[in-house]
Ligand binder design. Structure first.
Ligand code: LMR
Length: 349
């Protein structure tokens, strides 16, 4: 009996040792060290969420920023970019940023106007005439002043990026005159000024998430929308609409935002490297955005069953005059505004 017990103990012991050696639990060698593991224990990850396609001014800028951050920090900071609303969409990305569920988002400034009413100035119709005017405003002292408005929300604003001028697209009827807009249901980004703009055109504004625009156009839940050539092309809106009118009536741009607690947790050296990557990306992206919109506009003009009409200068002037109430609305709601008069000094009337 005694022999049997000792035999069993020895067998079990031998079995345990054999299995442990096979599984690498005993005498395990350390894993070979390679580049992938370099600095893994001190790696910093930034999840960056946005709502557009990758081949757009914002999508490309996000990727460029990721590339520059990796380069400038020697791989210590990795930016993971999530495009096409694959992580968060228009409706939940700002809350996600505030809660720290994501470190970075890049919403249009229009979508931020519910929080930062003074940013409504950027949505005023026919305020800007050229891309250069927009760049001067968004990257100069006015842009800096606007970014400071984020402070009460404990959000770190890194600056503004640009997409381009917005135009109108419509499903059934072309828009040549002011009157053509009457009664149309037009998708808009959530912004009081944009809603007022379409109300002044006697149309019905329908605020909607970007991710829903294609399907709502397809099922005729909306008749028209405003956007840049790059967004219209990359999201295939031309497949579910027949007409585009080059109006250049407003601009589309972005606020690059980071969770403040996360920002404050970063070593100062890393903060400087991120600011430097942001500065370089911003300069690069203004140029790219203009080129990309030009290219995508050409592609739109080549689409079968899709007409691209340029609004006449006289009709453009009529639009401007008819939209004066939007400026009145802005001035009565934003009473302490000094930004509009500063912008008006930069743009040619
Ligand atoms: C839109 O909602 O139309 C655009 O803001 C999408 C974007 O982020 O460019």
């Amino acid at each position: 009996m005694k022999k049997f017990i000792i035999g069993t103990i020895v067998t079990v012991f031998v079995l345990i040792v054999a299995i442990s050696v096979q599984q690498g639990l005993l005498f395990a060698k350390p894993l070979p060290y390679d580049d992938e593991q370099k600095g893994l224990d001190s790696q910093i990850t930034i999840h960056l969420s946005h709502v557009v396609a990758e081949n757009t001014p914002k999508g490309q800028a996000a990727n460029k920023f990721a590339e520059l951050v990796e380069e400038k920090t020697n791989g210590k900071v990795k930016v993971h970019v999530y495009s096409n609303s694959s992580l968060f969409n228009d409706e939940n990305e700002f809350q996600a940023l505030q809660k720290g569920d994501v470190e970075m988002i890049i919403p249009t400034f229009s979508k931020m106007t519910a929080y930062v009413p003074n940013w409504q100035v950027l949505d005023l119709p026919y305020l800007f005439n050229t891309d250069e005017e927009v760049q001067e405003v968004l990257t100069g002292s006015i842009g800096e002043q606007l970014v400071k408005e984020l402070e009460p929300f404990h959000i770190k604003g890194l600056g503004f990026w640009y997409n381009g001028f917005k135009h109108l697209t419509s499903v059934d009827q072309p828009i040549h005159t002011f009157e053509d807009l009457q009664g149309l249901r037009i998708r808009t980004m959530p912004s009081k000024i944009l809603e007022k703009q379409f109300e002044a055109m006697k149309a019905t504004p329908i605020p909607l998430s970007f991710s829903e625009v294609f399907t709502d156009l397809e099922k005729n839940a909306i008749d028209a929308q405003e956007n840049t050539a790059s967004n219209i092309y990359s999201k295939g809106f031309y497949k579910v609409q027949k007409h585009m009118t080059i109006t250049q009536h407003g601009i589309l741009g972005y606020a690059v935002l980071m969770n403040e607690t996360f920002w404050n947790s970063l070593p100062v050296k890393i903060q400087h490297q991120l600011i430097s990557a942001m500065k370089e990306t911003t300069e690069w992206q203004f140029e790219q955005a203009i080129l990309m919109n030009e290219k995508d506009m050409e592609k739109l003009k080549q689409q079968a069953d899709f007409t691209v009409y340029t609004m006449s200068p006289s009709e453009r002037q009529r639009f401007k005059e008819q939209l004066a109430p939007v400026y009145d609305f802005y001035k009565t709601h934003i009473q302490n505004d000094h930004v509009l008069s500063k912008i008006e000094k930069i743009v040619t009337p």
